[in-house]
Design a protein around this ligand. Structure first.
Ligand code: ZN
Ligand code: ZN
Ligand code: ZN
Length: 152
């Protein structure tokens, strides 16, 4: 295998993770694991850690296993699947937890239209305080209409 293929696997995994996250968010977090996600939908975040953070651990496990077995007995494609999941988790954290929910005050005053669109779309998701209704379950890719609606 060559480098190009490794890069492609990493990108493909990263992209698939958005789909998996969308499905997990819609059908698992807003489904049978709602009790873990529920506190994240409360208007204020009273705790430094949320039960919702359990999902980071849940996604970290396959990533770590893939990175591990991707090095044994020698470097193989599993490593790059693990890497794709890891990059996605890091992006998710930066976008969702830092940019949107301001758990760290890093890029508070961004002027980037795409990032502002993401933030607005996710606020729409958070308008629904209960499990049943909901929209905007994606994270890095949101429907264009949300970028347009909030242009002004
Ligand atoms: Zn949600
Ligand atoms: Zn959120
Ligand atoms: Zn949410």
């Amino acid at each position: 295998m060559n480098i190009l293929l490794y890069i492609l696997i990493t990108i493909a995994t990263f992209t698939s993770m958005e789909v998996i996250t969308w499905l997990t968010h819609k059908y698992v977090m807003h489904g049978f694991l709602w009790y873990l996600h529920e506190d994240h939908h409360q208007p204020k975040y009273p705790h430094a850690f949320e039960k919702n953070d359990a999902f980071f651990v849940i996604f970290a496990i396959p990533s770590i296993l893939l990175l591990y077995y991707g090095l044994i007995p020698s470097l193989n494609y599993l490593f790059f699947i693990g890497l794709g999941i890891f990059f996605y988790g890091a992006s998710y954290f930066l976008i969702h937890d830092v940019l949107i929910h301001q758990r760290f005050k890093w890029f508070k005053n961004t002027k980037n239209k795409y990032l502002i669109g993401l933030r607005k779309a996710h606020k729409v998701h958070h308008k629904h305080l209960d499990k049943q209704e909901g929209e905007c379950f994606g994270m890095l890719f949101v429907p264009k209409k949300y970028h347009n609606t909030f242009k002004k």
